[in-house]
Design a protein around this ligand. Structure first.
Ligand SMILES: Nc1nc2c(ncn2[C@@H]2O[C@H](COP(=O)(O)OP(=O)(O)OP(=O)(O)O)[C@@H](O)[C@H]2O)c(=O)[nH]1
Ligand SMILES: [Mg+2]
Length: 464
């Protein structure tokens, strides 16, 4: 940057995506972030310094800028994103489809040769013995951020092999082996058993091990469930069909892998991009504040509650402004009245009533135009009280700056004991399955002792 008046960029936030699901969701979230500020994901450039300062205000440093690399005033925007998988296909597909976005080519990718067979222990072992030997992790991260990193956002599926175990091992690496005090935010997707191509018993074990690593090494763990995402994607199918996604940019013969997840990932990506906007844009909230928020909570996990349930077909322009309500709190209130909101976790109303507690709390991310005063706040406060019985003093509101014609959105991150029963069900399946799997997992270095200890920690964390 050439001018003295250029804004001082905050320390960068990197997104590290693990496994098929992590890469698909991560790419979708970046696409969303770009569209949010009016950039074209296929050729994300800025024209000149004025644009650059505007974008800095919108992204913080989740994006790398390369002044002068095209000559003239055009500045390419490049995500500070790392795509990691044992199976090279998913990352290759993304690079192939977005050559200008992932312009650093292999600097964005770490891959092996073939998956971890849905086996968490195999994945962890191969991360240590294959991946970190072939790739220099420090160097790879420095390629995306020469400056010290402020934080990592980490999407992955919890039930598979590679994503679940690599995310675990990576979070441990960041916390234990680097000098950085980076904040880690993990986005874990729970499988829908009976629909997703996972093996119930093995997935239960993988999930327990992954949860243990989130408990130990993640500062802000956010959980999604594919069951709820799929329900929503089906329910809003017509609307989802109209939405553009990474699927539209993939080569037709290769779109298969993510096609079924299109709507699901779009819904989740919207929440992920709101999370990033809460600290990347100019707000009074820092990423590390999430760490303090969850530090004393049990369980130390949050689930997203989104309004509206699915993004509007057009991100920009007149149809947002039409109807006379624009993108103010009034549209959000309308969505609430029409029950067009959704919790992106498969939670039971009964569990909310029985287990949700006085110490539940939430952070509401509010991206609206215009007033957000007592009257507007009350709409949200009442809704939160009604659903989760959270006390007003335990609600935090973060106002996110919005562009003129951008969609209004409210994403509420809820910390509640009510997610316990769903997780404990999986934990008891894992316990019952261990004897059948201990040999297979033991071969890759996961001992019965370590598994049992992790199981105990997880059960303790999610028990009332
Ligand atoms: N929501 C969503 N779920 C996905 C996506 N891709 C895979 N899944 C789910 O994630 C779980 C499996 O994780 P994957 O990400 O495919 O597995 P992996 O991390 O590559 O691990 P391996 O077992 O080694 O292949 C299953 O429940 C899938 O249904 C995706 O793009 N979006
Ligand atoms: Mg895979």
């Amino acid at each position: 940057m050439s001018t003295v008046n250029a804004p001082l960029p905050p320390a960068p936030v990197l997104m590290t995506c693990f496994g098929h699901c992590g890469i698909g969701l991560g790419a979708e979230a970046y696409r969303r972030l770009l569209i949010d500020v009016g950039a074209d994901p296929l050729k994300p450039t800025l024209k000149g310094e004025k644009d650059e300062s505007r974008v800095l205000k919108r992204y913080g440093s989740t994006i790398l800028r390369f002044p002068n690399s095209y000559g003239g005033n055009e500045i390419p925007l490049i995500p500070r994103a790392l795509l990691v998988d044992l199976d090279p296909r998913a990352a290759n597909l993304i690079l192939q489809s977005y050559p200008d976005l992932f312009a650093l080519r292999d600097k964005h990718v770490i891959h092996g040769a073939g998956g971890a067979a849905r086996n968490w222990a195999e994945g962890r072992n191969r991360f240590a013995n294959e991946v970190t030997k072939k790739f220099d992790m420090q160097k790879q991260l420095a390629g995306l951020s020469p400056e010290p990193v402020r934080g990592f956002t980490i999407p992955f599926a919890m039930g598979g092999g590679t994503g679940s175990s690599f995310a675990s091992a990576f979070m441990q690496y960041i916390k234990k082996d680097t000098k950085e005090h980076a904040t880690i935010a993990s986005f874990g997707l729970l499988p829908e058993f009976g629909w997703d191509p996972v093996i119930y018993e093995a997935a239960a074990i993988n999930i327990v091990m992954n949860l243990e690593y989130q408990i130990k090494f993640s500062d802000c763990s956010i959980l999604f469930s594919n069951k709820r995402l799929r329900e929503l994607a089906h329910k809003h199918e017509k609307k989802m069909d109209k939405l553009q996604s990474i699927i539209d940019d993939l080569p037709k013969e290769h779109e298969i892998g993510w096609k079924d997840y299109k709507g699901m990932n779009l819904i989740a990506a919207n929440a992920v991009s709101m999370f990033i906007a809460s600290f990347a844009r100019e707000t009074e909230w820092d990423m590390s504040n999430y760490r303090t928020w969850l530090a004393t909570k049990k369980p130390r996990f949050a689930i997203p509650w989104v309004i509206p349930a699915v993004p509007e077909p057009k991100q920009w322009g007149e149809d947002i402004m039409s109807g006379g309500k624009g993108n103010t709190m009034e549209v959000i209130a309308e969505h609430i009245r029409k029950k067009n909101d959704a919790i992106l976790f498969d939670i039971d109303e009964n569990d909310i009533r029985d287990k949700g507690g006085q110490r539940d709390s939430c952070v509401a991310l509010v991206k609206i135009k215009g007033e957000f005063d007592a009257k507007e706040r009350d709409v949200l406060k009442n809704m939160i009280k009604e659903r989760f019985h959270i006390e007003e003093s335990r609600m935090i509101f973060v106002k996110i700056p919005i562009l003129d014609t951008e969609q209004a959105n409210v994403t509420i991150l809820v910390n509640t004991k009510a997610i316990g029963p769903k997780i404990l069900e999986i934990a008891s399946e894992a316990e019952a399955s261990w004897d059948g799997y201990k040999e297979e997992y033991g071969k890759w270095g996961l001992t019965t002792e370590e598994f049992k200890q992790s199981l105990m920690d997880v059960v303790h964390q999610f028990s009332a």
